[in-house]
Design a protein around this ligand. Structure first.
Ligand code: T4K
Length: 370
């Protein structure tokens, strides 16, 4: 039987992509903000219901340079340790200090009620994560940010296309970063974007991703190179035509998982806040061994033995990474620690068959009975 991996990149029909890239053989213009790049920025701005979109070579560079463009200087950034390495690294690589705040028990996003106690006179910004596409407490975070004069940059890597109370998810905070990596609901092979309102900030972003070049003879910023190329933009244009259908298929997979696992004692399913249009990005389950009868690791091994590869997103917490050894106290984020030790993300992609979901759930349920 074929292996089932945690996800599988969606592909547009090959002919459609070939058609899309044909013009590149005529123009010979392959990168540096070409026609495809321009078209994709415009299309995404509409689809995401945001004011401005700046494309990047990948989500990480979008986040790192998005933070740099905020000109925060030295100081602290309040964030979550329950995330991918990128979020924490982006803060540290900007010369800023992450200050970890705990997460919520039910949707694993930053717990807004605990943010204030982490604020000091050195705090400059908040970097919350819409983890698994679960929307953060955006109103509460906005209120705190206003009260203390802090910037907010959302890591919306998982939240492509979502909206909350009818507003595009990228409209919250000062800016939001999306990842368009191959493993995401929507992708450009590698790619990412920052969505923002302030045009002056957009100009800084543009210079940072293009070597700090102002014009052919003036370079007045120390920028990097983080431009999206035309082949990636073309993939993005194709994938955008199919995105609604992709999300609808994912929804069916998620509903099937829920139908099997919803009332199982000891298995906590992902909750989605009201008034959110979800993109069904991930399907995490949190296992309470004392009730379910098997640990997360036992389930993971039982699945692997059958060629099914779930993943422990997000274990370990970024605050415990070897590269940060001795710098952070994990006891300060007990909920994050507990969830991280118990979470397993199950395979999820648009073309995952219902039979496969049934089989995966069967293996999980049987491992709890052993
Ligand atoms: N912030 C957050 C919260 C993030 O989750 C991420 C990325 C970022 C920031 C940074 O965005 P990017 O710079 O990546 O745009 C994967 C992804 O590489 C990463 O994008 C993602 N988060 C993270 C959660 O997952 P790995 O190391 O687990 O990927 P890998 O290579 O093990 O792939 C996982 C599965 O995906 C494979 O088993 C099969 C499937 N796959 C993978 C690739 C590479 C495909 O179907 N096609 C592919 O091309 O990190």
């Amino acid at each position: 039987m074929d292996k089932i991996l945690v996800t599988r990149s969606s592909m547009p029909p090959m002919e459609e992509y070939i058609e899309e890239i044909k013009s590149l053989w005529e123009s010979h213009w392959l990168t540096n903000m070409g026609e495809k790049h321009k078209e994709l920025e415009e299309k995404l701005q509409q689809y995401l219901k945001v004011q401005h979109v700046s494309l990047f070579s990948n989500g990480h560079m979008a986040l790192e340079l998005g933070l740099q463009a905020m000109d925060l200087g030295e100081g602290e950034v309040i964030t979550t340790p329950f995330t991918f390495a990128s979020t924490t690294h982006a803060i540290v690589r900007n010369g800023l200090k992450p200050v970890f705040c705990d997460i919520r028990e039910d949707d694993y996003t930053l717990d807004a009620a605990k943010i204030k106690e982490r604020i000091t006179e050195r705090t400059k910004a908040i970097v919350p994560v819409h983890v698994y596409g679960n929307v953060c407490q955006v109103e509460e975070i906005e209120k705190i940010a206003r009260e203390y004069g802090l910037k907010v940059l959302y890591d919306a890597a998982h939240a492509f296309g979502e909206s909350y109370k009818g507003s595009g998810i990228g409209t919250f905070g000062d800016a939001s970063m999306f990842s368009f990596h191959a493993t995401k609901v929507y992708h450009t092979v590698e790619g990412g974007a920052v969505c923002y309102r302030d045009e002056a900030y957009g100009l800084k972003l543009f210079r940072l991703k293009n070597f700090g070049i102002r014009n052919e003879e003036t370079v007045d910023g120390v920028g990097a190179n983080a431009k999206m190329n035309e082949f990636s933009a073309a993939m993005g244009i194709c994938n955008l035509r199919h995105i609604d259908e992709e999300i609808a298929k994912r929804k069916k997979v998620v509903e099937r998982y829920r139908s099997h696992l919803k009332d199982v004692p000891g298995i906590q399913l992902n909750t989605v806040r009201g008034e959110v249009d979800s993109n069904y990005a991930y399907f995490p389950v949190v296992i309470d061994e004392t009730i379910f009868g098997a640990t997360r690791d036992t389930i993971s091994s039982a699945l692997s033995a059958e060629g099914i590869f779930s993943r422990k997103y997000f274990y370990p917490l970024t605050s415990t990474f070897a590269c940060y050894q001795g710098q952070f106290d994990v006891a300060e984020t007990p909920v994050a620690l507990r969830i991280s030790n118990r979470v397993l993300t199950l395979p999820l992609y648009a073309d995952l068959s219902m039979e496969a979901v049934d089989r995966i759930c069967g293996i999980i349920l049987r491992s709890g009975q052993k």
